[in-house]
Design a protein around this ligand. Structure first.
Ligand SMILES: Nc1ncnc2c1ncn2[C@@H]1O[C@H](COP(=O)(O)OP(=O)(O)OP(=O)(O)O)[C@@H](O)[C@H]1O
Length: 311
């Protein structure tokens, strides 16, 4: 389907179907399928060498797939009539001519892409770099270079933004800025696909996650659902002066009950409301009832265990 024939239902959607990349000895991406929806930040997660960069490069027509397809708004990147107006990408920290100022770097891209010159000023303002517009690139910090890369990606006011490890090398303030910036783009209805190995960061940033390992899909879905779908995902912490009685009552509900060194019950297999109701029915007093979920890090390690390869 060409850019002009895009269906409104697929606008901004990224669809990866059976995508495969075989290098000489390495199958970097192996029959990978997932979708990325507009209006959401999607975290693309995987251990080192999982195939994230190769996948993003195939999406952007920088690497030719061995098999399968990757489309953006129903079209392959190569078939988009004005790719920069449709897709912005930041694949690595921005590189630019060292002696060129930030604003001139962006103006050169505008000229090459047939975009109006004032977009350079607008994009620079968008990433908070206007005060450094006339400073030379060689004097930019890593954080400023990252922002300039994002400004370049935003020149065409794209519907879809694709970023490979954008938080790399940023300080905490830079990471906080990036998080707010990307969430805001998603709120505007844009599609934001961000690869990262910073799992804790994704938990704060992403609405959805696509987790891959060894080139294959491990799990995809809303962050909360992916965490919640783990067999051992939720445990309920219960403190009660009648621990033995409650443990007995819960075992009748096919819960698995452990006790820690302080006598606190750790209950798996039933949710907190069930524990509360069971306690109430048995006339047991509760001092604490807390649902404990593993963080994304724990889920990720469990999901990709054994697949994270030195490949
Ligand atoms: N041009 C290439 N030629 C041969 N093998 C390659 C090439 N590019 C990537 N690979 C291999 O493909 C696999 C996937 O690499 P890729 O860079 O896509 O993973 P990644 O998930 O982005 O990893 P990282 O987080 O370390 O960047 C790795 O084993 C890598 O060595």
């Amino acid at each position: 389907m060409s850019d002009g024939q895009r269906s409104p239902t697929t606008d901004g959607q990224i669809v990866v179907t059976g995508l495969t990349k075989q290098y000489k000895n390495v199958r970097a991406v192996n029959n990978l399928s997932f979708t990325v929806e507009p209006g959401r930040v999607t975290g693309f997660l995987g251990p080192n060498g999982a195939g994230k960069t190769t996948t993003l490069r195939m999406l952007l027509n920088l690497v030719t797939p061995t098999g399968g397809t990757a489309t953006i708004s129903g079209a392959r990147y190569a078939d988009l009539s004005e790719p920069l107006r449709h897709v912005g990408a930041v694949l690595e920290a921005s590189s630019a001519h060292k002696g060129r100022t930030g604003i001139n770097h962006l103006r050169v891209i505008c000229a090459a892409a047939g975009l109006p010159k004032q977009r350079a000023d607008e994009a620079l303002a968008l990433v908070g770099l206007s005060p450094a517009a006339k400073r030379k690139f060689k004097g930019y910090s890593l954080g400023m270079k990252q922002r300039l890369g994002i400004a370049a990606a935003m020149l065409g006011d794209p519907r879809v933004l694709i970023l490979d490890e954008p938080a790399n090398g940023l300080d905490p303030e830079g990471i906080r800025w990036m998080r707010g910036f990307l969430k805001n783009l998603a709120q505007e209805g844009r599609t934001v696909l961000v690869s990262s190995h910073l799992l804790s960061e994704m938990q704060l940033l992403a609405d959805d996650v696509v987790i891959i390992a060894a080139g294959q899909l491990v799990r995809q879905g809303p962050v909360d659902q992916v965490i919640g779908s783990m067999a051992q995902s939720a445990r309920v912490r219960v403190r009660t002066p009648q621990a033995d009685a409650l443990a007995t009552a819960l075992k009748g509900q096919s819960a698995v009950v452990d006790t820690d060194e302080h006598g606190t019950l750790l209950v798996a297999g039933v949710d907190a409301p069930t524990v509360g109701r069971t306690a109430l029915a048995a006339g047991i007093e509760l001092h604490e009832l807390t649902t404990e979920r593993p963080d994304l890090e724990g889920v990720f390690l469990e999901l990709t265990a054994g697949k994270a390869g030195i490949r």
